[in-house]
Design a protein around this ligand. Structure first.
Ligand code: IMP
Length: 197
């Protein structure tokens, strides 16, 4: 089959709605390179363990998928879901478990995989929950760290990028369930900011 190059072929359309704009903060190439480095570092720290990746739905899905493919060795996954921001760009401060893990983490080497560490309230809640379940090792991997916004005293063991206090979307991160499919991490801007919840 002969493929003809179409006008705009290969150009990614971010799907902005009126009044919203996105600009690239971290390109897909930088993300790919950093994910590879993080995977190498994690494997060096746990060369012989089966790494049990616990993804926090839904934002971590693309990051977890890429990280898993770079890790090598034995890897398993599980997912859980906690309350999210919904249509707001501000956290309610309350964390609720919506879907628990499918399998026990007892005696496993667990890596909690988060898209972004913001106030840290979600992670604090998860670490308390998981520590009670007696994993062999419990470590935290985050792609992005918005450290200026931290409220809870938590930190990640492996961090991809520290970023400024901006609302970001793409590479799994959403605003109102949109933009998760952007290949780059982008800053979302509003012509007129939506009302805080
Ligand atoms: P935290 O509990 O405030 O640390 O928030 C963690 C969760 O809030 C993340 O897993 C994201 O789902 C969401 N979140 C925080 N900041 C952003 C952002 O800039 N864009 C999209 N989601 C965000």
């Amino acid at each position: 089959m002969v493929l003809k190059r179409k006008r705009n072929a290969g150009r990614f359309r971010p799907g902005n709605r009126p009044g919203e704009s996105t600009r690239v903060l971290i390109s897909r190439a930088r993300v790919r390179q950093r994910v590879r480095q993080m995977a190498r570092q994690i494997r060096r720290d746990f060369p012989d363990d089966t790494l049990h990746l616990v993804g926090v739905l839904k934002g971590s899905v693309l990051f977890l998928a890429d990280l898993a493919r770079e890790l090598g060795g034995e890897v398993s996954f599980d997912f859980l879901s906690v309350s999210s921001y919904g249509k707001s760009t501000h956290t309610s401060g309350e964390v609720k478990l919506i879907k628990d893990l499918d399998v026990s983490i007892e005696s496993r080497t667990v890596l909690v995989v988060e898209d972004i560490l913001d106030t840290g309230l979600t992670l604090k809640y998860l670490l308390r929950l998981f520590e009670e379940r007696k994993p062999k090792h419990l470590r935290v991997v985050v792609l992005l760290d918005k450290f200026e916004r931290r409220i809870a005293d938590v930190h990640a063991d492996y961090t991809g990028f520290t970023i400024p206090n901006e609302f970001v979307v793409g590479y799994g991160l959403d605003f109102d369930e949109r933009y998760r499919n952007l290949p780059d991490v982008c800053i979302l801007q509003f012509a007129q900011r939506p009302a805080k919840k």
